[in-house]
Design a protein around this ligand. Structure first.
Ligand code: PMP
Length: 403
């Protein structure tokens, strides 16, 4: 006799699967496609700035000249040439490291997943800025890590607060695995960690035995072209550095990387091979062409100029259309500004009204693991044109006043 069980497939999933929740950014994606809708939601790079004919020629040449290599499996760490070229890119932020310390990944999202997979057991704590990248929260939840936030002011995390959070967690018997930080043009807040605070943050983490995971996809997109030195330069043995070509070239290629302390490199590669065997060789060869045979620094300047103008249009529109008592950040690079509405205004409710008015954004709660950010919201200014940003912020102001 066969017995049947009432358990559904979902019931049979591993406990960690409960953390696999739809991303709030993806959730508004379909809405942002509706005709007439202005999206302040997705942080997409503005690819029309790329000279597409040149890129097409590069990609064509890769296939014509190195097709057998491009379409074959490759090294689990990435191609040696790209590892070396990535070292040149990182020099702009003061990082000096050997090519063999660079593990190439399918975007820095995969690097985040690998580092978390290597370090976090269920119940371990990751410290993160509040607010932080929603895609990182998804990874931490997927590995059943707990997240403790450290609030930011306009200069990034306050080192004293970081110390307090670490001490408090230790006193409560928690195991802290790493401090996850986006020190430049934080997603979602647009805030950067000041130069003065960098050394103290690094010192505190070293003294407390807490690793740092430095996620830096936007660092080269400073509006004034001045890149800040990476935290990695201050303590290479205690900082994992995550980089990406998604914002300085194109996200569709899915090429990012992680620089890991030497004793971790081997395991990192094994973990990466278990996930994806090797990074896409075709994509890596196209990126090699981009970095070795193209004015990629000029391209970064062209991207930054577009974002700087869009940021200014957004800030001007906020000044004109936000109700009294509203605060927002003034980013000096990157894709985002962060808006704080007067206490008690729930941005999830504002979102419903905003969609009616023809504009979407991501509510602030998405960027907190602890229910915070309910009166806050993120505006991405990277993709919409200036007139759309102005009109979108105007509609947002009307939506806020209507709830
Ligand atoms: N980290 C941060 C802070 C991001 O904003 C993003 C993308 N929006 C990523 C990582 C992932 O980027 P990718 O995988 O495309 O490199």
């Amino acid at each position: 006799m066969t017995t049947t069980t009432a358990l559904s497939h979902v019931d049979r999933m591993a406990k960690r699967a409960a953390g696999f929740q739809p991303s709030p950014v993806r959730a508004v994606f379909d809405i942002s496609m509706q005709p007439g809708m202005i999206s302040l939601a997705g942080g997409n790079p503005y690819l029309p700035v790329l000279p597409m004919d040149r890129i097409a020629t590069m990609a064509g040449e890769v296939l014509a000249r190195r097709g057998l290599e491009a379409l074959q499996y490759g090294s689990g760490a990435g191609t040696e040439e790209l590892q070396a070229l990535i070292c040149q890119v990182m020099e702009l932020e003061g990082i000096k490291t050997a090519p063999e310390n660079v593990q190439i990944t399918a975007g820095s999202q995969m690097a985040l997943e690998l580092v978390t997979k290597l370090f976090c057991d269920p119940g371990d704590v990751v410290i993160a800025e509040g607010p932080t990248y929603v895609g990182a929260l998804g990874v931490f939840e997927g590995f059943q890590a707990e997240v403790a936030h450290v609030a930011m002011d306009n200069d990034g995390v306050d080192p004293d607060r970081l110390q307090e959070v670490i001490s408090g967690l230790k006193a409560a018997g928690k195991t802290i695995k790493f401090f996850y930080t986006i020190p430049n043009f934080n997603n979602p807040s647009g805030i950067s960690l000041s130069l003065e605070r960098r050394q103290r943050v690094v010192d505190i983490c070293r003294a407390e035995g807490v690793l740092i995971v430095e996620d830096n996809p936007y660092g080269l997109l400073a509006f004034d072209g001045e890149a800040k030195p990476a935290l990695h330069t201050l303590d290479p043995d205690n900082v994992f550095y995550l980089g990406s070509f998604s914002k300085i070239f194109a996200p569709g290629l899915r090429v990012g990387w992680v620089v890991a302390p030497q004793d971790v490199r081997g395991r990192l590669q094994i973990a990466s091979e278990a996930t994806t065997i090797c990074p896409s060789v075709l994509s890596q060869l196209v990126v090699e062409q981009y970095v070795s045979g193209f004015d990629w620094r000029g391209q970064i300047a062209a991207y930054s100029a577009v974002y700087a103008a869009r940021c200014q249009a957004t800030l001007d529109a906020l000044a004109s259309h936000m109700p009294e008592g509203t605060l927002w950040t003034t980013p000096s690079g990157g894709f985002f500004t962060w808006v704080t509405l007067p206490e008690g205004i729930d941005t999830e409710r504002v979102l419903a009204a905003a969609i009616e008015a023809g504009v979407v954004f991501v509510p602030g709660s998405a960027f907190h693991a602890d229910g915070g950010g309910t009166n806050q919201l993120r505006i991405a200014f990277s993709y919409a044109q200036e007139e759309q940003l102005t009109e979108g912020v105007k509609r947002l102001g009307e939506a806020i006043r209507s709830v």
